[in-house]
Design a protein around this ligand. Sequence first.
Ligand code: DC
Length: 182
Amino acid sequence: MSRSKIVIAIDGPAASGKSSTAAWVARELGFQHLDSGMLYRAETGRRLGIADLRSPEVTANVSAVAQIPSVRAAVNAELRRIAETENVVVDGRDIGSVVFPDAQLKIFLVADPWERARRRLHQKLGRAVLDAEIADETRRLVERDASDATNTLQARDAVLIDTTYLTQEEQVQRIVSLAQEC
Ligand code: DC
């Protein structure tokens, strides 16, 4: 049976701009945005007794918590429950492949690691960043990509968008146009 509500799945590696892009696409379309990484962070924060879900402690531990099958099952059930009654834009690592294989639109965002690191630092620090800082952050990102690799699964029918040379507005417009063709 096909879905009655619309699911747009946006997957990709750390700092590929998934969450901010998904939030913007959801606003444009009047859909609800579901950030699955935040659900894994929430479970990690609960286990560690930490309230700041973007803290370095949560970030350092979330990959391991996200490997636990019962945690994945609970997160996936929650996402599917909401998508039964709402049109949603869901971002994560395995949304188009595992959680919603029947999503009407699947996007896989990629970007050069150096550019992902530069964007992340620029967003965090709000200033121009030095090459040495970007190099350190690139190393951390590549390590995170490796620890998340088993759960990062690109759906075969996903549209691959390389955002290295795109502005966020351009990525959003590309996804919104694809959604309007669905
Ligand atoms: O996107 P993020 O950095 O907030 O994700 C936090 C962690 O959760 C990261 O280690 C990858 C993991 N994750 C996952 O395994 N599956 C998802 N669908 C979303 C996130």
